[in-house]
Design a protein around this ligand. Structure first.
Ligand code: FUB
Length: 345
């Protein structure tokens, strides 16, 4: 829901109708990547602050500086904030905008993957390592070689392979990499370099990770999202095309790629037979929330699937001050996910 349409909202009423409440309210959190590690839920969110930057379509107002990890024994239990896990000042290559992170666990080590803008104004993706799921994390001195854009999501497949999905339009700069080189022309325009409406939309990226999870093992490739007829989703299909917030979960042997449609504010999903896709569009997981952005993860806890997501209800609609929530989702007998409405009628 865009910020200019919130003036009429009675937030006390809205919060009564919300299907879930923020899991923490002492700070603003967003973009939750949830994992079930060693019998406990760990959430790796963005830590929203008011950095004093004016709102623009490049997302300059998302001026986050650090990450906190949150843990929960169950989806109903108290959420524990474990404090600063990584600060931008400790990342040699990063200047600002610590956007949506993710984490992975391998051989007793924990890896925090995060996008940030470098001193050259270009988003890259970094990795930081810890012996604990809650950090503190020690960053690698350089960003992942060949990385670009935002919103990393690292999926561990059942054969022990790890894949990173990433990318985001507008302020996330994916459209500036269409030729393989960063296109710095029209720096203030969020939509310059976006394909025409009747062209194939920009697709998210995938790269297999090296065994140590510190680099890409291959050149990033496109993750193709197709419609029911097998045609790539078009750039003008704003209700279905990929914008940002990639996530991958596996259910009954199928790969579910989910994502945000950005300016139309949906969380959608598409299903495929392997990590690389193609993925066939199937529908929406979440209808628009209060706030411009919508971003999520899907995590299985004790045999049930949960959607971790955010809205701006606690801040009364401030776009860049969001709060993480969690709600159960269901896959039906055909593997389709029932659409969640974040507020009751
Ligand atoms: O939190 C900053 C950005 O907003 C994220 O990277 C996007 O996915 C959107 O939620």
């Amino acid at each position: 829901m865009p910020e200019d349409s919130i003036d009429h909202i009675d937030f006390d009423e809205l919060n009564k109708k919300a299907i879930a409440q923020p899991i923490v309210s002492h700070m603003y959190t967003a973009d939750p990547s949830a994992h079930y590690f060693n019998g406990k839920i760990y959430i790796y969110p963005s830590h929203d602050i008011d950095g004093g930057e004016a709102f623009d379509d490049l997302g300059s107002h998302f001026a986050m500086e650090d990450y906190h990890v949150i843990s929960m024994d169950s989806v109903d239990s108290e959420a524990v904030d474990h404090g600063v896990a990584l600060h931008v000042d400790d990342v040699p290559w990063a200047e600002k905008q610590m956007w949506a992170p993710d984490a992975a666990h391998k051989d007793g080590k924990y890896y925090l993957f995060f996008p940030a803008k470098g001193y050259d104004g270009i988003f890259r993706i970094g990795v930081a390592v810890s012996d604990s799921p809650v950090g503190p994390f020690t960053p690698q001195p350089e960003a992942i070689k060949g990385s670009f854009s935002i919103d990393p999501a690292v999926f561990e497949d059942e054969d022990g392979s790890y894949y990173m999905y990433f990318g985001g339009l507008w302020g996330g700069q994916l459209q500036r990499w269409r030729t393989g080189e960063f296109n710095a022309e029209q720096p203030e325009s969020p939509t310059a370099h976006i394909p025409e409406d009747d062209e194939t939309s920009l697709m998210p990226k995938i790269a297999k990770m090296t065994d140590d999870l510190l680099e890409f093992a291959e050149e990033p490739k496109d993750v193709l999202i197709i419609d029911e007829d097998g045609n790539p989703i078009l750039a003008g299909d704003n209700d279905r095309r990929f914008f940002e917030a990639a996530w991958l979960h596996k259910h009954n042997g199928k790969y579910y790629f989910s994502y945000s449609t950005g300016d139309t504010h949906f969380i959608c999903y598409a299903v495929g037979d392997n990590p690389y896709g193609p993925f066939t569009y199937k529908g929406r997981i979440l209808e628009p929330v209060v706030g411009w952005t919508t971003h999520h993860s899907v995590c299985k806890v004790d045999g049930k699937w949960y959607l971790f997501y955010h809205d701006s209800s606690l801040s009364k609609g401030v776009t860049h001050l969001r709060s993480v929530k969690v709600s159960e989702i269901e896959h039906d007998a055909n593997g389709l996910i029932k659409t969640l409405k974040p507020y009751r009628e």
